[in-house]
Design a protein. Sequence first.
Length: 154
Amino acid sequence: YQRSVIVLRILGIGIMLTYARVVFSWMLTAINSEKLVLGEYVISISVNIPLNYILILKYQIAGAAAATIISNVVGLIYLYLQSQKVMAGIVLFKNFTKPALSAAAMGLFLYYIPSQSLFILVPAGIALYAAGTLLARTFSRQEYSQLLSNLKRS
């Protein structure tokens, strides 16, 4: 099992990279930039295949793990740079503050409630977050009406 420990340590690094890549991928997908996400996959695969060919011959499974990590880093850098270009015109702090404060209030409230059933905690959290966004005027009336119409359809 000794050889697998090395591989698991290498791939453990990849977990953090995967989470970061997913955040950027979802963000770009949410703003209709799916082609950039597809570009990241193409670049990552283009890096991974030759690295696998080179590293597996010399380092076997540890080489495959290293190739995966390196291609993930390349993909993450690409997604980061693309998201910086696409999001340059969007003021994130202004759009982020009110929902973040509502989420923080909800989180603190739920954290300090004595242990309760999820059937109580989940609706309470939803209600508190909704109240926070309403009080902070986070969304326009049009956005609320669109949300309600979407909920009615589903």
